[in-house]
Design a protein around this ligand. Sequence first.
Ligand code: NAD
Length: 295
Amino acid sequence: TAELISGTQIRKEILAELAEEVRKMKAKHGRGPGLVTILVGENPASISYVTLKIKTAEELGFHEVQDSQPVDISEADLLALIDKYNNDPTIDGILVQLPIPKHIDEKKVLNAIDPDKDVDGFHPVNVGRLMIGGSEVKYPPCTPAGIQELIVRSGTETSGAEVVVVGRSNIVGKPIAMMMAQKGPGANSTVTIVHTRTKDLAAHCKRADILIVAAGVPDLVKPEWIKPGATVIDVGVNRVGVNETTGKAILKGDVDFEEAKKIAGKITPVPGGVGPMTIAMLMKNTVKSAWLRLE
Ligand code: NAD
């Protein structure tokens, strides 16, 4: 059976490395990274995401600001707030928790964040930098960056490998495909992107040495589509029911895990695979931003 790639474990390693870097930064510069999360309104899911980010940032010794704004804040006021943090030299990362209320233009708000403080990596400038590659890349988007870490830290050879990415979204499919095709360590792969209009999904998947699935369709990838020994990264998070005793959602990936693990060489579970990596990579981007600002 396949070796399990544990995002939970790899996340711990990354956070320990980052905590060490923050200690060095504080000793040298008298401050750690500064991260602000702007939360508009009181969406319960948003509150829980923000709480998790803040908790992780605090554990790492970040200087952390949580800025909660009323649901009826005007677009102008929100833009002014972003501008304030853009100009604050102690703030290295600015996050606006989505979704934001409909009366505010989301694109305008996200584009107002200083690209050098856009630790989510969604600003068009950072998307462009990712496309150019190499040392141009400042803040790779967090979920794709987490996927690449899992591939590299699991000891999977990427150079010359056939990578098939299922899905072409702006937050996962497109960026991870670009990252794996770039020149450099942890990349240099031959990449195919497949999606809803692809004619023979199975045939493409069967060629993959590394199969990255981000479709959001439970059990989309059948075990017979997996090349024996392949590394399988399952990004999908699908709520397929509720556990009656705990009341918690039952989560499933896009790959039939139980069968796939008999064929794959390495595989990520859901939950506990890609999921735990995203916040870790957000912290990594913020630490990088702080170093760039301080040195
Ligand atoms: P999306 O809906 O924006 O994109 C899905 C993509 O998959 C589309 O490009 C579509 O063409 C493709 N697709 C859908 N059904 C398909 C099918 N039957 N055959 C082939 N291609 C198909 O989704 P997203 O934002 O990219 O997220 C994908 C999945 O990853 C979701 O389950 C999401 O919850 C999960 N996700 C997890 C994390 C995390 O763990 N941190 C982060 C982001 C997304």
